[in-house]
Design a protein around this ligand. Sequence first.
Ligand SMILES: Nc1ncnc2c1ncn2[C@@H]1O[C@H](COP(=O)(O)OP(=O)(O)OP(=O)(O)O)[C@@H](O)[C@H]1O
Ligand SMILES: Nc1ccn([C@H]2C[C@H](O)[C@@H](COP(=O)(O)O)O2)c(=O)n1
Length: 232
Amino acid sequence: MTETENFQTDQAPVVTIDGPSGSGKGTIAKLVADRLGFALLDSGALYRLTALAALNAGADLDDAEKVARIAANLDIRFAIADAEVSAILDGVDVSQDIRMERVSMAASKVAAIPEVRDALLQRQRDFRTAPGLVADGRDMGTTVFPDAPVKIFLTASAEERARRRHAQLQGRGVSVSLRDLLEDIRARDDRDMNRATSPLAPAEDAVVLDSTEIDIQGVLQRVLDLVQQRIG
Ligand SMILES: Nc1ncnc2c1ncn2[C@@H]1O[C@H](COP(=O)(O)OP(=O)(O)OP(=O)(O)O)[C@@H](O)[C@H]1O
Ligand SMILES: Nc1ccn([C@H]2C[C@H](O)[C@@H](COP(=O)(O)O)O2)c(=O)n1
């Protein structure tokens, strides 16, 4: 890479969208990236891929050193076809597998390991590229891209997030109880917000957007307005 390309990459604007599970980060991040022609980072997918690789290896998820080694050596890539992003682990498309509930819970556990977060930090920063990046996760605005010009903290009530997830799963033909989903969401919120390293929290300079009563188009418009104000 030439010095000029490197400069452009380091300076490329980043829009960070952090928030709890099911608040709509992934949906909004994709729409915003499409509108702006920016690259997209789904940082949760990296934790999910680490969790799946650790489960596949039969690793004890409490073995921080081992799981961190797995995170540091992940053989992954993201492929884009028909506007859909697929996650490839060791050459296999695992896009569906990483969304399974057991992987979600495992991801939340491995994400609490500081050594795993360190191992994934540079990999996330490497997504920054011209003309810009939209990054969604839990610590995009606080830790990974603290200099981002646009930071959103997207939230919604736990009940509404459980309802959305329930509808999403039903749409895919997966039957789960709303009560179980709500419990699950609360357990993940608790773990994500209370871990010692990079806990889920709005950056000081983030705009907090509560989408409980705002539909997807409404949230998208608010984010685009903010991008217009901050980046032009
Ligand atoms: N403002 C909204 N109003 C209604 N439904 C929404 C809204 N935002 C997102 N959804 C729906 O909620 C579900 C969850 O959204 P999404 O997967 O984007 O959340 P997320 O924050 O990325 O979750 P996770 O962190 O668990 O990956 C999806 O079915 C999505 O279509
Ligand atoms: N920057 C991030 C992204 C995700 N995580 C954790 C939080 C979840 O428990 C898990 C999966 O994320 P999701 O795909 O649901 O967004 O990974 C995190 O700690 N930091």
